[in-house]
Design a protein. Structure first.
Length: 136
């Protein structure tokens, strides 16, 4: 039997309730592990150095540093960390900018837990494909 390490996930959202809910969601899956939570993009960027997530779930509209700026900074400084953007309906128009900034996927916050889990898993696969053989 082949075992793999769980996918390490960092949540970045300025809404406490959303962060809590996403944390509970992650606990429902054996292959996903919450490694940190950030209340804004700057905090998410700084946490990447300490907790080394595989994937960041990133809100777009946040104080201090918005999700697009944080996504760009994370992808430039930590190219093996993938970002999955989550936003409410009001943030839909920001999707192209988030993808240009390096996000691996863009989902609305009303996505099902299976859609979200699959986006996280797909982002991790993308991260592994991006690495050179010596990095893996």
């Amino acid at each position: 039997m082949i075992t793999t390490d769980p996918i390490r996930v960092l949540i970045a959202d300025d809404n406490d309730l959303t962060r809590s809910g996403l944390g509970v969601f992650l606990e429902a899956f054996d292959d996903l592990k919450l490694v940190g939570q950030a209340a804004n993009g700057l905090e998410a960027f700084q946490l990447c150095e300490r907790v080394h997530p595989d994937v960041v779930l990133m809100d777009l509209v946040m104080p201090e540093m918005d999700g697009i700026t944080a996504t760009r900074a994370i992808r430039q400084s930590y190219p093996n960390i993938q970002v999955v953007v989550l936003t409410g309906f009001g943030g839909q128009g920001l999707a192209p900018g988030a993808l240009r900034a390096g996000a691996a996927a863009f989902l609305l916050k009303n996505a099902s837990i299976d859609e979200l889990a699959n986006a996280i898993r797909a982002a991790r696969v993308t991260a592994r494909l991006d690495r050179s053989p010596t990095e893996q």
